[in-house]
Design a protein around this ligand. Structure first.
Ligand SMILES: [Fe+2]
Length: 490
């Protein structure tokens, strides 16, 4: 995309993005001196920091030779600018390959069977012998142990677990003695709908719990190259909400341009992944209209496009939708509708589905907006809603991030279970909760990328404490995620 190279074009761009106006004399001076957009932007942000909103020629002259303003421009040579794109899309569904909900009952059965089959094949490798189908449990002699792989139907805490496989179902009784043996912690991670392995003991014709086997992956993935490249991970801008903090987001863009410290890392950013909720949308929750600054959905996206257009054009942006975006409400969600994407024409953006899997310079990123976290947080007693990365870790432990059935999350179930994690990602990225969180688990970086929206009255009523202005940067060279806040790069 071509950005203005002097004169009125870029002045208009700047005044759209920043709450300032230029005097006639200032515009004349910019033209006479042939000042570039980057220089003016630096001057503008310095003026804003000093409370100046009407910029005169004197304001420009005073700052034109300021070392701090120009030093960063002269020395900032982003490595990412020299790199060619390296992106493969492994999973992104459009409307054509999402099955209609009218087939959902049949799809439901197919999806559950598919999930069972996929996770069974993982667990089977971890259970070398003594694996039985539930209908064959009668073959186990009294007093002997065996294994089954079952989907959890019901849990009566501390008492029993009802599981099912394609042949039958059975009640697994949990005895007090087993709980005393330290099994209590492990059992906290047994959640409804999970496909798990169970070691059982046959006694008095009944089935007793001995142990649980999770379909966890064992080998950490070590794929891709350690390039001088980085990926910025963020989500939940909520543009259009009165509480979207545009100032903070613009500081992020300033940072990407090498004007806010940690320039070496900023210069490595080649991709930005936004895991949904670009806009606040319309009518998403009760009385939302009182919390909107832009009440037209098209204009909300127009605003996003204006903001994103300030990002350097060598950085590609990957966007998946969230529950506030303009696409179908049920998961999987196809990309944001075409009519809302048009305002982004010319910008280096790829719109993908929710969920999506991409490989960037060989590293695999599994991206999902994160509404599914709500269902698991209600079913996992030892992890709170405010610890989204720990909830995500649970999904990795189960090798599955499907929302728990009977919840309020809308799912358009696909015959091919999309929620089972077959290929282990290097980075597992969600948003939605508005609380930044990071965990590392068997070399997988788990990130919930927070938000750019300050606390809304609705969130206050729910008791949710958001963390706006924190973002993650996956640094390929260091093989780690830097958790950065706007405060640190200001
Ligand atoms: Fe969301």
């Amino acid at each position: 995309m071509e950005r203005g190279k002097g004169g009125e074009d870029f002045i208009q761009n700047i005044t759209r993005r920043y709450p300032v106006i230029f005097t006639y004399g200032a515009i004349k001076l910019i033209e006479e001196k042939g000042l570039e957009e980057a220089t003016i932007e630096n001057i503008v942000s310095n003026c804003i920091e000093n409370g100046i909103k009407i910029i005169s020629e004197k304001d420009i002259e005073r700052r034109i030779h300021t070392k701090r303003i120009f030093q960063s421009i002269k020395t900032f040579t982003p490595k990412a600018k020299e790199l060619a794109e390296n992106l493969q899309i492994e999973l992104s569904l459009d409307d054509k390959n999402i099955t209609k909900p009218s087939d959902s009952i049949e799809n439901n059965i197919k999806a559950l069977r598919d999930r069972y089959r996929k996770i069974y094949s993982i667990l089977r490798k971890r259970i070398p012998r003594g694996l039985y189908e539930i209908s064959d449990l009668k073959k186990i002699e009294d007093g002997k142990t065996g294994y089954i792989v079952g989907m959890v139907l019901t849990i009566v805490k501390g008492k029993r677990i009802l599981v099912e496989d394609p042949t039958d179902n059975c009640d697994i009784i949990i005895s007090e003695r087993i709980l005393n043996r330290g099994n209590r912690e492990k059992l906290k991670f047994v959640t409804k709908d999970a496909v798990l392995g169970f070691q059982i003991l046959k006694k008095w014709g009944k089935v007793f719990y001995k142990d649980v086997i999770f379909p966890e992956f064992e080998e950490p993935p070590n794929e891709g190259k350690d390039e001088e490249v980085a990926v910025l991970l963020t989500s939940d801008l909520h543009v259009g909400s009165k509480y979207f903090n545009r100032k903070k987001f613009e500081i992020l863009i300033e940072w990407l341009k090498g004007r806010r410290g940690r320039e070496e890392l900023a210069g490595k950013v080649k991709y930005i992944i936004i895991a949904g909720d670009l806009v606040d949308g319309i009518g998403i929750y009760p009385s939302q209209r009182f919390e909107l600054s832009i009440t037209d959905l098209h204009r909300q996206y127009q605003n996003v496009a204006e903001i994103l257009s300030a990002i350097p054009d060598y950085i590609s942006i990957i966007i998946i939708p969230g529950n506030h975006d303009a696409t179908y409400r049920e998961i999987p969600q196809p990309p944001i509708f075409k009519e809302f994407r048009e305002v982004f024409d010319g910008l280096p953006i790829k719109f993908l589905s929710n969920p999506a899997i991409v490989r960037i310079f060989g590293k695999r990123f599994l991206i999902e907006h994160g509404e599914v976290l709500e269902s698991v947080s209600n079913n996992l007693e030892n992890v709170s809603h405010n610890e989204p990365a720990r909830l995500m870790l649970h999904f990795l432990r189960l090798r599955n991030f499907a929302p728990i059935s009977e919840g309020r999350i809308m799912v358009n179930i696909q015959p091919n279970d999309l929620f089972t994690i077959l290929a282990v990602p290097n980075v597992f990225h969600m948003g939605h909760i508005h609380v930044y969180g990071y965990e590392k688990y068997r070399n997988v970086h788990i990130i919930n990328s927070g938000t750019w929206q300050e606390m809304t009255p609705y969130q206050e009523r729910l008791g949710l404490q958001p963390t706006p202005g924190i973002f993650g940067v996956f640094d390929f060279t260091k093989g780690r995620i830097h958790n950065l806040s706007i405060g640190e790069v200001s």
